[in-house]
Design a protein around this ligand. Structure first.
Ligand code: SF4
Length: 197
């Protein structure tokens, strides 16, 4: 099972985007990819998710196995600024998503039922909603669109830089990779303190 996942997990990423077209409620699956890096850090005390299981990096490896320019990425992109820009984008987006979902939940604003690129740029087409899964609360739909937008934005950036540079260049600036490295450092620091106590 583990080997099957490692081999075919790219299908998970593709399915995420296809299922979202059928019904945006499936975008909630995206939380799986947001949570799993930290689950493995707690469980294994290392970045097992990034090393083996991540369906997104698996997709990049697959797509760019035979295509792409395979250049080395510029240092500014992978060594600092790029990482900080993406982390800032993620934290800002996450805060906006949380607050706007809360406002929709409290009935203080309407849900935004559009996919956006980089928070601001609305795509010129609507999700067709081909599969009826019943009436969902507005906040559930809103959150689905926001998670789908975040995943859509990051996969497009990842594919673009994966084409121009090496396949997994995205991993150098991925907010989940950055945050899980920080969590791992904190965990190791706590363990070292306990050992020294
Ligand atoms: S850095 Fe991000 S995209 Fe790369 S393997 Fe880790 S979670 Fe996946």
């Amino acid at each position: 099972m583990k080997n099957l996942w490692i081999k075919y997990s790219y299908l998970f990423t593709i399915s995420f985007f296809i299922l979202g077209i059928f019904n945006i409620i499936f975008a909630w699956i995206g939380f799986f990819c947001l949570i799993m890096p930290f689950v493995f850090i707690i469980k294994d005390k290392e970045k097992t998710w990034c090393k083996s299981y991540c369906p997104r990096s698996n997709l990049f490896n697959r797509v760019f196995a035979k295509i792409g320019l395979k250049r080395s990425a510029p240092k500014w992109l992978v060594n600092g600024i790029g990482k900080r820009i993406m982390l800032t984008y993620f934290l800002l987006n996450f805060t906006m998503i949380s607050l706007s979902t809360l406002m929709v939940f409290l009935d203080k604003r309407d849900p935004v039922e559009k996919v956006k690129f980089l928070i601001a740029f609305q795509l010129p087409w609507n999700i067709p909603n081909l599969l009826d899964v019943g009436i969902m609360p507005d906040w559930v739909v809103h959150l689905g669109f926001r998670v789908y937008s975040m995943m859509f934005t990051t996969i497009i950036i990842g594919l673009l830089i994966g084409f121009f540079y090496k396949a997994r260049t995205w991993c150098s600036i991925c907010p989940m990779g950055t945050l899980s490295s920080m969590a791992l450092r904190k965990q190791n620091h706590s363990v070292n303190l306990e050992k020294g106590a």
